[in-house]
Write a protein that binds this ligand. Structure first.
Ligand SMILES: *[C@@H]1O[C@H](CO)[C@@H](O)[C@H](O)[C@H]1NC(C)=O
Ligand SMILES: *[C@@H]1O[C@H](CO)[C@@H](O)[C@H](O)[C@H]1NC(C)=O
Length: 684
């Protein structure tokens, strides 16, 4: 969920700044460069050229016919062409996909060929693209100009200039959401941290296209607005208060005396240790990792691991069925755009000093390109962890574990999602998600649990006076087009079961036995994780076997996660049906990338990963895509207030029988001469 404060200082300034950067300056030189890889994102100049093509495109050329541009992104060349391409070859024709919208109700999906300047396809699919900044602004202004909404604010002693409002997606529950594009506007009393001062129960249901308030729901008169005292999290306002630690921590930094060990070729190809991959920002997904390959230490051969990976969709249902809350069941990526919601990373704090930053170029609502600086950071990490070790009386060997992290941080309204793709020297790719930001809180008359009548469900935790942190879930579904040693792969499940011994066979009564099987069709690969019915899940290349005959593979290693408990027929769960299983495998299909569907805003959930997978297509020895949903249940607690310390979970893609032996056996250890000795000034 995203928020904006119309006509008011912080957001307005930020926007102004962005607009200044985007429209009134020449692009920085690095952004006007020409693309050099088939997967490179559209450049500043390319987006500007697409805008010109659209402006003179006959259906949009008449006065007032130009649609709102929701996104302009590279229409990637077919996978086969990308796989055949070699550095130095001419680039395949650059094409773009434009999603646009003409009110009321006309979504445009347009494919543009850049070399010829032609529109190749133009369709009007059903469904709505994610909200633009203009949509959000219009929805909020509409609510704040509505006399009865203002009256409800006035009844609470507030005027339109005393509030910050959030443009909330309404989900889909039936008839109301079928008629027009809706935004539910809820407001908060102004404060640096306004999310913690909800004006409870007051919602304007706005038809964004008509700029009309359809109705107002006010279930909250009498619920006080929290004072939000001491919730400003800026250091400038906190610095003179008692410190967090009795023993302050001295700053820590990783020094790389020899400089970084990665190379970035033509802005988007990252080479580090044995790894090489393409990396780009994306308006919807945040970041996209493509063509991840590594060089086999034994043979020197380049071996492919993953063609593409990204965060495909999120599902964030809140667990309060009341009028002001039931609809809060966000699909953040398809409703707000995970990439466009990512602000520049905070240098030295979001990413360490040794980080390199990558900028993004996105399209504004009028189609003009703008630069979002520092959207991705890339850095080498040494946490003091061990890569491998062994000690015995006369031999002690250990190796430090150094990794390469690719990080983005999306701020979708109140919440922040930090997504890391971490590449390890041992071939592991670890995907880690960390949550921070503000709770979405509910106002209440209660100031103490002792006031709550027995049996009343708060749907959350009373975290401070008059504030409930509402229980909710977060699910992130990751798309991973695995290409282990080539596109044709299979999904193998290794079931671990209890095997009982025969009478007299052994002093043991039982042991754990592993039974392997290959998933033939999509339904065989719909997996619900269970601790007491365990499996290992491998993506293997059946036509590439090791010297001893094992197929080359990578396994998916889940860690702490959560599954949705909503009814499968609950409208939010139908829209978030990609969370019905933790693992899915589908045949590669360029049109099936967004787990909740391409157009999810007010969508009915009829184009989700669950729909595709139920076709039960063959997936054996084919180009397949692995999907994993990482989940978090969140019962808020007092420490999540006023801003949450990060909560993380992760999963790994780990080589299994891919390398002949430990691929980092010959990595050298550190010695004294490798590392600088920095001395503390002698004033202590
Ligand atoms: C809140 O209730 C508890 C008992 O449940 C009591 O000990 C405490 O003093 C109360 N606090 C206030 C501020 O009333
Ligand atoms: C590819 O995906 C689209 C959208 O789901 C679907 O209509 C089409 O049938 C799929 N193609 C194949 C071969 O499965």
């Amino acid at each position: 969920m995203a928020s904006l404060r119309p006509l008011l200082p912080i957001a307005a300034l930020l926007l102004l700044l962005l607009f200044l950067i985007s429209f009134h300056s020449d692009p920085p030189p690095i952004l006007s460069r020409t693309p050099s890889h088939p997967l490179d994102p559209l450049t500043f100049d390319e987006i500007a050229a697409i805008r010109s093509i659209l402006v003179s495109y006959p259906p949009f050329a008449a006065p007032n016919q130009f649609p709102a541009i929701h996104s302009i992104s590279l229409d990637e060349p077919p996978k086969l062409i990308v796989l055949r391409w070699r550095p130095g070859d001419p680039l395949p024709p650059r094409r773009a996909t434009v999603t646009a919208y003409s009110p009321p109700g006309h979504t445009h999906l347009i494919s543009i060929d850049l070399p010829s300047g032609r529109v190749l396809h133009h369709s009007n699919p059903s469904g709505f693209p994610f909200l633009t900044i203009d949509d959000m602004r219009r929805a909020i202004a509409t609510a704040l100009n509505d006399p009865s909404f203002l009256q409800s604010l006035n009844a609470r002693g507030l005027s339109s200039s005393d509030v910050n409002c959030a443009p909330l997606s309404p989900g889909w529950f039936g008839s109301e959401e079928d008629h027009c594009r809706l935004v539910k506007v809820q407001c908060f009393a102004a404060a640096p941290n306004f999310y913690l001062r909800p004006i409870e129960g007051l919602t304007a249901i706005v038809d964004v296209d008509a700029a009309l308030v359809i109705r107002i729901s006010d279930s909250g008169p009498g619920i006080p607005i929290s004072a939000g005292e001491d919730t400003d999290y800026r250091y400038s306002t906190q610095r003179n208060k008692p410190r967090s630690f009795s023993n302050p921590i001295n700053p820590v930094s990783l020094e790389q005396v020899g400089g970084p060990s990665y190379f970035i070729e033509n802005s988007h190809v990252i080479k580090w240790a044995s790894w090489e991959f393409h990396l780009k920002p994306d308006a919807r997904a945040g970041s996209v990792v493509s063509r991840a390959r590594l060089r086999d230490p034994e043979s020197g051969e380049w071996r492919s691991v993953m063609y593409q990976g990204f965060a495909s969709e999120l599902f964030v249902p809140y667990m309060d069925p009341s009028e002001g809350w039931y609809f809060k069941t966000y699909l953040d990526s398809g409703e707000y755009g995970f990439g466009v919601s990512s602000m520049p990373l905070v240098r030295l704090n979001d990413c360490p000093r040794n980080a390199h930053y990558m900028d993004a170029v996105f399209a504004a609502t009028d189609g003009s390109p703008f630069v979002r600086p520092d959207l991705i950071c890339i850095f080498e990490r040494y946490d003091g962890d061990v890569a491998w070790r062994h000690a015995q009386p006369h031999i002690r060997e250990a190796r430090p574990k150094i990794t390469l992290v690719v990080r983005t941080a999306a701020s979708v309204g109140n919440y922040d999602y930090i997504v890391d793709w971490e590449f390890q020297t041992d071939g592991i790719i670890k995907v880690k998600v960390s949550l921070s930001g503000m709770l979405l809180v509910k106002g209440t008359t209660y100031q103490n649990l002792s006031q709550v009548p027995e049996g009343e469900d708060l749907h959350g935790t009373l975290i401070t006076d008059n504030i409930i942190g509402v229980v909710h879930d977060h699910f992130l579904s990751f798309y991973m087009d695995m290409d282990i040693d080539g596109p044709d792969n299979s999904f193998a499940k290794f079931h671990m079961i209890k095997q009982e011994t025969s009478p007299g066979e052994s002093p043991r009564k039982s042991y754990m036995k592993v039974i392997g099987s290959i998933a033939k069709t999509e339904k065989d690969a719909q997996v619900k994780l269970s601790l007491y019915d365990p499996y290992e899940f491998h993506i293997i290349n059946p036509s590439r076997t090791s010297g001893v005959g094992n197929p080359s593979g990578y396994k998916l290693v889940p860690s702490a996660t959560a599954a949705s408990l909503l009814d499968l027929d609950d409208p939010p769960q139908r829209r978030g049906a990609f969370t019905n299983n933790q693992i899915w495998v589908t045949p590669y299909n360029k049109s099936e990338q967004w787990a909740g569907g391409r157009f999810v805003y007010q969508g009915h959930g009829d184009d989700t990963l669950a729909t595709w997978s139920d076709r039960d297509r063959g997936i054996e020895n084919k180009d397949i895509v692995l999907w994993y949903t990482l989940g978090f249940h969140h019962i808020p607690c007092q420490e999540d207030y006023p801003i949450m310390p990060t909560v993380s979970s992760s999963f790994e893609l780990k080589p299994v029988n891919f390398f002949r032996r430990n691929p980092i056996l010959r990595a050298p250890p550190y010695t004294e001469v490798d590392l600088p000795v920095c001395s503390v000034m002698a004033s202590l």
